[in-house]
Design a protein around this ligand. Structure first.
Ligand SMILES: [Zn+2]
Length: 273
């Protein structure tokens, strides 16, 4: 599933192709991916809108038109937004096609089809996942007193807690495992067992792994591609994720694979406590 760095890379790579382009036509091949309003109204309203800005919040992308309308895209498991030139072969698994001025096509492609699009008009619809997002990594809002307050009431695993988008926006399975490895904290520790020093280490680690992921254009394990259809390179820099049974890069011990918060989890039993 694309996480914050992957979505940020999609935003960066799409922006030069779509900015100030007008949507000429919308072709919806899988109507259930349009969550609001009806697919017909969605297409009707978008035609003639000019894309004035492309923003990211957590794992969501927002297309802004400089009007009372915005389009919110969530790629979920396997969604991808890809731009091609008009006449170029269409990308695989194309479900929704936006014809733009300037000879560009914007495609919402999705293998497993859990991705969603919402058109929000005058804030007429609430997206609970979008409206209740917690602070982003690398911002001053994600600080020790904030996380201390969150954790003191929570017995759940620290990994499960940092995967909660209302606690921290943008982390998924890859960057949660990586942050806990960098911080030296066991993923299954109850949230309320972390002391102040550990919380500080964890925040620094979250900020570090997200920054590194962005620098490396995201992590590609299976399907993630950016707006140009290219893969990321962060998979070569990971400490633990996807490395079960391999030696820890710090101490050489064999990395352990288990399940925490219902998710596949990899950690080093020597370096993480
Ligand atoms: Zn180790």
């Amino acid at each position: 599933m694309p996480e914050l760095p992957e979505i940020e890379q999609v935003r960066k790579t799409l922006t030069p192709h779509v900015l100030n382009k007008i949507i000429k036509r919308v072709e919806i091949r899988l109507p259930r991916m349009i969550k609001h309003p009806s697919p017909e109204a969605f297409a009707d309203i978008l035609v003639g809108q000019c894309i004035r800005d492309l923003k990211r919040k957590g794992k969501y992308l927002t297309f802004e038109f400089g009007t009372n309308i915005k389009m919110i895209a969530h790629l979920r498991m396997t969604g991808a937004l890809i731009v091609t030139d008009d006449g170029a072969p269409e990308p695989e698994y194309a479900k929704i096609k936006f014809e733009l001025t300037g000879g560009k096509m914007l495609w919402f492609c999705d293998i497993r089809t859990f991705g969603t699009l919402h058109l929000v008009i005058n804030d007429d619809v609430r997206l609970p996942g979008f409206d209740n997002l917690g602070p982003e990594p690398g911002t001053k809002e994600l600080n020790v007193p904030y996380l201390q307050e969150v954790l003191k009431r929570r017995k759940a695993s620290i990994k499960g807690i940092i995967l909660d988008q209302e606690v921290v926006a943008g982390l998924g399975n890859i960057y949660a495992d990586e942050a806990l490895a960098v911080a030296g904290i066991l993923p299954q520790r109850p949230g309320d067992s972390l002391n102040e020093k550990e919380i500080e280490k964890l925040i620094k680690a979250i900020n570090k792994v997200i920054k590194q992921g962005i620098k490396n254009h995201g992590t590609t394990f299976r399907n993630y591609k950016d707006g140009n259809g290219n893969q990321g390179r962060n998979q070569d820099y990971l400490m633990v994720y996807g490395r079960k049974g391999k030696p820890c890069k710090k101490c050489g011990a064999e990395l352990v694979g288990t399940k925490v918060a219902g998710r596949g989890t990899t950690y080093c039993a020597e370096c993480q406590h």
